[in-house]
Design a protein around this ligand. Structure first.
Ligand code: ADP
Ligand code: MG
Length: 202
């Protein structure tokens, strides 16, 4: 079972990963966006770890809703409200249970991803974070490692696509040939989840 501490460690691992990969995320965003995706997420996840430490929410749902709220209020740009919605909706779906199982998490994440699709209007194949998140959630039934692989493959598969949502869509065909920054950071988020689970022996 996964408790509040597990979810706090997931967010801490995500923050560390975003820190390590910030330059790469920004380089990807400089090719088809405005070169701020790494710094956007760095600012957001630094604020997330700080607020989680300060407020110490004591259920999985409360950890993710607080993290999502914090992303919405600190990240300018499209990705803040989208990632914020992902975590808030997932947290809300987890309710106020002290511990949740893997199946419950998979179902809750699916609601979170649905929330992102509703808010942003993107579908799979539009070259966005959705292209990593949907395969990850689909694969989660087979375990955390499978979700990590699916997210990474989903992110890589955005390279030949033409962007139909977000800033990259303004480039039309010139968005082809570059990996989507948001799909790349979504793969980092899922990898951080898998790392946290593996460290726990899940
Ligand atoms: P901005 O585009 O405002 O500069 P970021 O650079 O932080 O914001 O994030 C860009 C990423 O956000 C894109 O690579 C894409 O994955 C994601 N994104 C943008 N618009 C949408 C959308 N409508 N639906 C889903 N994801 C989106
Ligand atoms: Mg950007």
């Amino acid at each position: 079972m996964l408790d509040a501490d597990f979810f706090r460690r997931w967010m801490t691992a995500a923050a560390a990963s975003v820190d390590r990969e910030a330059d790469r995320l920004t380089a990807l965003d400089s090719a088809i966006g405005d070169a701020d995706h790494g710094s956007n997420l760095q600012r957001g996840f630094t604020a997330v770890t700080a607020v989680l430490e300060k407020e110490a929410p004591d259920t999985p749902g409360a950890v993710l809703t607080l993290a999502g709220r914090q992303l919405i209020s600190t990240v300018g740009g499209a990705s803040g409200p989208l990632y914020g919605t992902l975590l808030r909706r997932t947290g809300k779906a987890l309710g106020d249970a002290a511990e949740v199982g893997e199946e419950q998490l998979a179902a809750a994440l699916r609601e979170g991803v649905d929330g992102v699709m509703k808010l942003g209007g993107a579908a799979p194949g539009d070259k966005t974070m959705i292209d990593a998140l949907v395969p990850a959630v689909d694969a989660l039934a087979s375990g955390f490692a499978a979700a990590r692989t699916a997210a990474e493959e989903g992110a890589e598969a955005t390279t030949p696509l033409q962007a139909r949502k977000g800033r990259a869509s303004y480039l039309g065909e010139r968005s082809i040939g570059h990996q989507d920054p948001g799909a790349t950071s979504s793969a980092l988020l899922i990898a951080a989840l898998a790392d946290t689970a593996e460290a726990d022996g899940e």
